[in-house]
Design a protein around this ligand. Structure first.
Ligand code: SF4
Ligand code: SF4
Length: 92
């Protein structure tokens, strides 16, 4: 019975991995426009410091992948905002 439960959990894990895409932010392309933060249904996108240049602080988006469901809403928002050539959110 334990073997069946183990096999079942492996299958569930495999299926969920197949269905979930992981998205990451390309820090070199993100302009901190804020569109993706608003679109994420799980509030998985945070704003963090990219670098500091003298008195200026520059921020970028970061996706916390632990509860990302791979819906792609953030990527769509970023593409619409920046144009396809400058899409800052990419699939891992
Ligand atoms: S939508 Fe794109 S450019 Fe705007 S904050 Fe998010 S990742 Fe950065
Ligand atoms: S893919 Fe969906 S859940 Fe994941 S960070 Fe983007 S908007 Fe949020």
């Amino acid at each position: 019975m334990k073997k069946i439960a183990f096999l079942f959990s492996i299958i569930i894990l495999f299926c969920s991995c197949e269905l979930t895409n992981e998205y990451i932010v390309n820090k070199n392309k993100c302009n901190d426009c804020g569109k993706c933060y608003k679109e994420c249904p799980n509030n998985m996108i945070v704003r963090e410091i990219n670098y500091i240049d003298g008195p200026d602080t520059f921020y970028v988006a970061r996706i916390r992948t632990n509860r990302c469901v791979g819906c792609g809403e953030c990527q769509e928002a970023c593409i619409k905002n920046n144009g396809i050539e400058n899409n800052a959110i990419i699939e891992k």
